[in-house]
Design a binder for this molecule. Structure first.
Ligand code: NAD
Length: 286
C-alpha cells in the first residue's frame, strides 16, 4: 500500500505559491484569522496555519475575542476587518459561540476575501463548477492530493462518507466537476459497507474513529482520510483504521500527515489568489 503523504503535496503547493509571489508587489498577502474563544482545536488549527503561511512567505494576523463577546461588538470588529484594504483574506474559525449568528457572517463576508468558501456566492460557484471562487480548503485539499499523486478521477466511482457543508458536500461537487461518479453517505445511509465497497476512491470525512476498516473496501481502492479524531489512547487518528487497510487498499493517507497538511497549504494558495485578484494581477487558479 502506498502511503500518500501530505507534506509532499504541501511542498509542491509551496513552489506554486513562491512562483506566484515573485510577480506580486509588496506587502506580502495578508490573512486575518478570526477566533472567538479558546477552543483547543481552533487554537491548534490557528497555530498550524500561522506556521505554514509564514513559511510560505505570507503574512498572518490573529484576531481573538472572548467567547462571551456581544453580537454587536463582534459584528463591528468583523466589518472593520472585512473592509480593511490591507487584509487580503479572512479565515473565521467555527463554530462560533451560540450568541453569534454564523449565517450573518457568511452573508457579510467579502466573497473575494472568503478563503474557506463560506459565503453563499462561493458555495454557488463550487456548485456550478466555476473555478473563480473559493472552495472550502479541506475539500480542495483532497483534490490537490489526488492531483499531486496523479490519481485519475474521470469516470471513477468515488464514495464520500460525510455530507457537511465544509467537507462532504463541496467535495462531491468538486469531484463531479472532474467527472467522477459520486456517492455521498451519511448517518442515515442504510448500507455503508456496500457504498464503501463500490468505491474506487473512498473519502472518509465523518469524524468517527475506526469507522472504515479493511473489510469494507474493495481490493485496490484508494482511501483518503479527512477525519481528525482522538483515539482511546489519546492519540490523533482518522476515520479509517489505517493498519487494517494494508494489503487491500492500493493507496491511503495517514492521520496525522495526510490531508491536514495539505489543507493549510491550500489556505496559503487561496490567500495568494485573493491578493492577486484584489490587486488586479492575473489570478492563479485554485
Ligand atoms: P460534521 O460532523 O459536520 O459532519 C460529519 C458527517 O459525517 C455528517 O454528514 C454525518 O452524517 C457523517 N457521519 C458521521 N458519522 C457517520 C457514520 N457512522 N456513518 C456515516 N456517516 C457518518 O464534520 P465535518 O466538519 O465535516 O468534519 C468531518 C471530519 O473531518 C472531522 O473528523 C473533522 O475533524 C475532520 N476535518 C478535517 C480537516 C482537515 O484539514 N483534515 C478539516 C475539517 C474537518
Amino acid at each position: 500500500m502506498i502511503v500518500l503523504k501530505g507534506a509532499e503535496v504541501s511542498a509542491k503547493i509551496k513552489e506554486e505559491v513562491r512562483a506566484a509571489l515573485l510577480s506580486m508587489k509588496s506587502p506580502a498577502p495578508t490573512l486575518a484569522i478570526l477566533r472567538v474563544g479558546e477552543n483547543p482545536d481552533d487554537i491548534s488549527y490557528e497555530r498550524s496555519a500561522v506556521k505554514k503561511l509564514t513559511e510560505f512567505g505570507l503574512a498572518v494576523q490573529s484576531h481573538v475575542w472572548p467567547a462571551d463577546i456581544e453580537p454587536e461588538a463582534f459584528l463591528r470588529e468583523f466589518e472593520s476587518i472585512n473592509r480593511d484594504p490591507g487584509i487580503d483574506g479572512i479565515l473565521l474559525l467555527r463554530p462560533l459561540p451560540k450568541q453569534l449568528q454564523e449565517q450573518e457572517i457568511e452573508h457579510r463576508i467579502d466573497p473575494l476575501k472568503d478563503l474557506d468558501g463560506i459565503s453563499p456566492i462561493n458555495m454557488a460557484k463550487v456548485f456550478s463548477g466555476d473555478p473563480s471562487g473559493f472552495a472550502p480548503c479541506t475539500a480542495e485539499a483532497v483534490m490537490e492530493l489526488l492531483k499531486a499523486y496523479e490519481i485519475p478521477i474521470v469516470g471513477r466511482r468515488v464514495t464520500i462518507v460525510g455530507r457537511s457543508l465544509v467537507v462532504g458536500r463541496p467535495l462531491a461537487m468538486l469531484m463531479l466537476t472532474k467527472h467522477a461518479t459520486v456517492t455521498i453517505c451519511h448517518t442515515r445511509t442504510a448500507d455503508l459497507t456496500a457504498a464503501c465497497k463500490n468505491a474506487e476512491i473512498l473519502v472518509a470525512a465523518a469524524g468517527s474513529a475506526n469507522l472504515i476498516t479493511g473489510d469494507m473496501i474493495s481490493p485496490g481502492a484508494i482511501v483518503i482520510d479527512v477525519g481528525i479524531n482522538v483515539n482511546t489512547d489519546g492519540k490523533l487518528c482518522g476515520d479509517a483504521a489505517f493498519d487494517t487497510l494494508n494489503g487491500i487498499a492500493s493507496m491511503a493517507t495517514p492521520v496525522p500527515g495526510g490531508v491536514g497538511a495539505v489543507t493549510t497549504a491550500v489556505l496559503a494558495k487561496h490567500l495568494v489568489k485573493a491578493a492577486s485578484t484584489r490587486r488586479g494581477h492575473s489570478t492563479p487558479r485554485a
